[in-house]
Design a protein around this ligand. Structure first.
Ligand SMILES: O=P(O)(O)OC[C@H]1O[C@@H](O)[C@H](O)[C@@H](O)[C@@H]1O
Length: 258
């Protein structure tokens, strides 16, 4: 487990935030790994078939590096494009003839795999995150759930935590409002706007590299990185002020480490 790092010093060190915006997959619910394994199944099927057809070596999708660098925190189709680009592969956006590979077909297959896993296994919320959110609410601090995922409402409801959040901004909103995906800060800024707090009085909690970068780029007062996979240094490098292995490690007030 990564040791908590000290806050780098932000405007919030001596005062409470007025609101906290939390990423969903991997911060509120234990679903980052469900996304990662759905991606692996779909990309590995594609890569194996492609390698066979071309007589090349099959190099599988890595749920560590490939997921974190290219897919985690990004909208579905962006994740497909970014990962394929990392392997030097370009596909058409849509299928123009039956059986053709496309960005849309891989994205649809991943969504089917993800939903099947949700239906089969259910969803668990991290108890430490739920405890933190309850504490924030008790103190009158607004809380929002944010996600690049179009499945966010379904995930929060399946975990039984949807009623805990004052605001939700997700992949459905992003499509409807034409918000740019992470690492652009648009989703977090929209959440802060709906909560009625300026970014300079709002904290962001994220576990993805793209997400901490979005928090930093949005000018948020504090970006908390949650590191469940030993990548504290990368999260700090991309903009996290403080990195903890779990939100149970955040002291109170919530920006102080124990
Ligand atoms: O495909 P969905 O459910 O719209 O989710 C999009 C992305 O949502 C993010 O929260 C996940 O980190 C990614 O893995 C996922 O691909």
């Amino acid at each position: 487990m990564a040791a908590p790092t000290e806050p780098r010093g932000t405007a919030l060190n001596e005062a409470s935030p007025d609101a906290v915006v939390l990423d969903t997959d991997g911060v509120i619910t234990d679903t980052a790994r469900v996304h990662a394994s759905a991606w692996k199944r779909v990309f590995d099927d594609f890569l194996r078939r492609r390698a066979r057809e071309r007589g090349e070596e099959f190099r599988p999708f890595d749920t560590g590096a490939d997921y974190l660098l290219h897919v985690d925190g990004r909208p579905r189709a962006d994740g497909v494009r970014a990962f394929l680009a990392s392997r030097g592969i370009a596909l058409p956006e849509q299928v123009s003839r039956p059986g053709q590979d496309s960005v849309a077909a891989l994205a649809d297959a991943k969504d089917a795999a993800f939903r099947a896993a949700l239906d089969r296994d259910g969803v668990v919320a991290f108890p430490s995150t739920v405890a933190l959110v309850r504490r924030l609410r008790k103190d009158g601090i607004g809380v929002a759930a944010v996600s690049a995922s179009r499945n966010c409402a379904r995930v929060l409801a399946a975990a039984g935590v949807d009623a805990l959040f004052d605001v939700r901004v997700d992949g459905m909103d992003a499509a409807r409002l034409d918000l740019a995906g992470k690492p652009a800060p648009d989703l977090f800024l929209e959440a802060a706007r709906r909560l009625g707090t300026p970014p300079g009085r709002t904290a962001v909690v994220e576990d993805s590299l793209a997400g901490v970068e979005a928090g930093r780029r949005g000018g948020f007062a504090l970006v908390v990185g949650v590191d469940r996979n030993g990548r504290a240094a990368a999260l700090a490098e991309r903009g996290a002020d403080v990195v903890v292995p779990d939100l149970g490690e955040l002291g109170w007030p919530p920006w102080r480490t124990r």
